[in-house]
Design a protein around this ligand. Structure first.
Ligand SMILES: [Zn+2]
Length: 161
């Protein structure tokens, strides 16, 4: 079976990232920040914790396998590559039969980028339209992490009923 038969959107998604979102690959985040996002988002979306490590990756900036995200120190330690691999993690647990870069993956990828304030949802929807990438409706996904006592105490005390 040709690769495109079970993951027909893969090439389009990679091309879209390279052309429309390339600026993000030049950024570098601390591992502490990425691990904090990983903990928070896994808890929010009720999937098992994921390990985030930095190690040289041949050919790819990042990869995901068995609850582990590996980011290349030169080109993978950015919010975009991290969100891409985290979307694979969420989909692997919540929708195990979904295509690798299919409509469900794109929905989670877009939502995670929106949650992390990297790219608003409407931005990703517009980019998907431009590149002919199919994406599942996002209404079923919680748009933003709920504010909790720990995440923003000032907001809560000011807006308490
Ligand atoms: Zn991928």
């Amino acid at each position: 079976m040709a690769k495109s038969d079970h993951d027909p959107q893969q090439a389009a998604v990679y091309l879209m990232e390279k052309r429309a979102l390339r600026g993000h690959f030049r950024h570098k985040c601390t591992l502490t920040l990425l691990r904090r996002w990983a903990r928070r988002l896994c808890r929010l979306h009720q999937v098992p914790p994921v390990t985030v490590i930095v190690r040289a990756e041949r050919g790819f900036g990042a990869s995901y396998l068995n609850n582990r995200i590996t980011l290349d120190p030169k080109c993978g330690r950015n919010m975009l590559s991290f969100a891409h691999e985290l979307a694979h993690h969420v989909v692997a647990h919540r929708h195990p039969y979904a295509q690798d870069h299919g409509v469900t993956f794109m929905k989670w990828y877009a939502c995670l980028l929106d949650h992390m304030r990297v790219l608003p949802l409407v931005g990703m929807l517009a980019i998907c339209r431009e590149y002919g990438i199919a994406i599942a409706p996002v209404t079923a996904v919680q748009r933003h992490p709920q504010l909790t006592h720990r995440s923003n105490t000032t907001w809560l005390s000011k807006n308490a009923p």
